[in-house]
Ligand binder design. Structure first.
Ligand code: NAP
Length: 250
């Protein structure tokens, strides 16, 4: 029986991943701020399948709460950091910008680093039993997006941070492997229900693609061929042209 920890399992992609893994016989440690949502999720499975822990990743108590969850699940095979917030913010509401940075950057670092330090200390992992760490960033991390400055920048930060951790873990021979998961638009509560988004995929399809990529331990999981093509061309656009593309809305 395998074990996964999912930070951000109360809704959307994280909840779908938790449900699928639990249905496939995994024990899942599920976290997020909304304890009622966690309890509801756990109640759908036999006792002991989904173990829950309320965690607010922006709080300094989050690391102690993660330790409590790890004490209950034991050393996991998979650690998924899914938690994130994102809003379009063309009017530059300061609170939105700083909250986004605190959640997507500081919160992600707090959880992932605390977990890696747990891996180093616990003695359960080795070169033949490595833990796999997945972080959900976004295709939005490909370039600075004028309508969502903090969101796009925070997702780019996550991608660079994971890359640094991959290099460091090789240097230090840490028993960890990483996936940077980069969805395009997925139909979840993160999207504004009053807006239309191009090339949106269902949460069901997103979870399937993510689990497929994780199974293959892909370093970068970018799914839906349309997004692969989009990102390929995005990357070719010179900065001086990108910054003049005032019609880019999403
Ligand atoms: N939907 C998309 O189009 C899309 C595209 C690319 C990338 N992503 C990324 O996918 C990830 C999941 O988003 P989603 O689309 O599934 O949206 P969602 O349904 O809003 O899920 C967000 C999750 O993050 C958790 N979270 C937010 N703030 C938190 C905090 N301070 N502490 C702990 N958990 C927190 C939420 O739990 P609580 O509120 O209960 O704490 C929830 O479980 C995010 O990182 C997002 O940036 C989404």
């Amino acid at each position: 029986m395998k074990t996964a920890i999912i930070i951000g399992a109360t809704s959307g992609i994280g909840k779908e991943l938790a449900t699928r893994l639990a249905s496939d016989g995994w024990v899942v440690g599920a976290a997020g701020r909304r304890a009622d949502r966690l309890e509801e999720l756990a109640s759908q499975f036999p006792e002991g399948t989904i173990l829950t822990q309320a965690i607010d990743i922006t709080s300094s108590d989050a690391t102690a709460a993660l330790d409590t969850l790890l004490a209950r699940t034991g050393s996991p095979d998979l650690f998924l950091h899914v938690s994130g917030i994102g809003k379009q913010n063309p009017d530059l509401d300061e609170k939105i910008e700083t909250n986004t940075m605190e959640t997507n950057c500081t919160g992600m670092v707090r959880m992932v680093i605390h977990f890696i330090n747990y891996v180093k200390a616990c003695g359960e992992y080795s070169s033949s039993r490595k833990v796999h760490i997945g972080v959900i960033s976004s295709v939005a991390g490909t370039a600075g997006i004028g309508n969502a400055p903090a969101y796009s920048a925070s997702k780019r930060m996550q991608q660079t941070y994971i890359s640094a951790l991959v290099q460091l873990s090789r240097m230090k021979h840490l028993p960890v492997t990483f996936s940077d998961i980069r969805p395009g638009f997925v139909a979840t509560d993160l999207l504004n229900p009053n807006k239309k988004y191009p090339m949106t995929i269902s949460v069901d399809k997103a979870a399937r693609c993510i689990l497929n990529g994780l199974n293959r331990r892909k370093r970068i999981i970018c799914f839906d061929w349309r997004y692969r093509i989009l990102v390929f061309f995005w990357k070719l656009i010179p900065r001086c042209i990108w910054e003049r593309l005032t019609f880019v809305k999403n």
